[in-house]
Design a protein around this ligand. Sequence first.
Ligand code: RP5
Length: 359
Amino acid sequence: MKLLLASVCAWMVVVSSSSNASMLLMNNRSVLTPLDSELGPPLWIQWCDSMGLAYAMVVEMHKLWFAYIVYILIAILSYGVYTKPQATSPRNVYGDHPTSRGPHPQYPERYPVSSSETYWNQDLPGYKPTVHIDPIVLKFDCTKREGGWADPEDHLLVDFTQRCSYCGPIQFDSNGRPRNPIGRTGMCDRGLLGKWGPNYAADPIVTRYHPETGLLQLVVIKRVDTGEWALPGGMVDAGEHVTDTVRREFQEEAVNVGEEHAHEYQHMLDELFDHRNACTVYKGYVDDPRNTDNAWMETAVMHFHCSSELGRMIPLTAGDDAAQVQWLTIEDFDSLQLYASHAWLVKLALDTVATRISK
Ligand code: RP5
């Protein structure tokens, strides 16, 4: 795609400048000496003339510079949009969010919703989403428990003017509950998610080249809830900046060396999570199996690449809600199977940052 756009631009520049040059040559014929005029111009000028005519025709056909300027602007704009490291339209990215319509080990069965039935703007008479809220969410209701991480049971008590979504303005259903920006999921209320509407997470993608094989690897943890390999991310705490969340979650889930040893590894984590080593690759919806019609996951994904020394030394030890941790070799993206949309996020990150992590 980039190549195509670049070649279109290059073609236009070449054609325009060449036609200028040949026009110049044509005009310059008026300064040929009388002798030159009798003999006719030299061959190279004749060749340039005919090329000039061809170019002039092309230029004429395209209505000169105005068309070129429009083309160049379109090419530059599409190039900018294509390379922008974020997904602003979740529908484009997640399509019909299959994982959010699928099973979760702690959820009852969802009301079946086919791909074409996800759209809110299409009537679905008889749509009866399964109502589900996990007791743990009610237990950690912030209006009933100090330090609770969940919204009150009654969504009308939530001030949604203070809540933003990476997916744009939050839409509401006829009962005033936030509505999933992608579409129907077959389940309403909050399931296991604490917040009505967007629930914010942050995910670090930590990569290295294997010290011996030189193959690209990334840190993944095995989730306790679904048993799937995933990025070592987690929920953003109230008032926390995502750059702190990615480091905290990485430390809790992947470098759980215990408090007594933590200080020994601080300098490594300082180096790894140095803002000069950070690259934000995505902010938006996650196709998470816990999503419902009224509560969904959104994440900010940051990529960090380890120097070869750091990559060798970081002590991976699983902790918190991670059962295992490992450096996973990325052999090919098609076979990469990770929790929610993490495989897609890894691909996006590595496409975006490929040049930063060349060996
Ligand atoms: C995913 O859930 C996010 O991408 C993040 O990795 C994770 C956060 O949830 P917990 O791991 O805290 O359950 O949607």
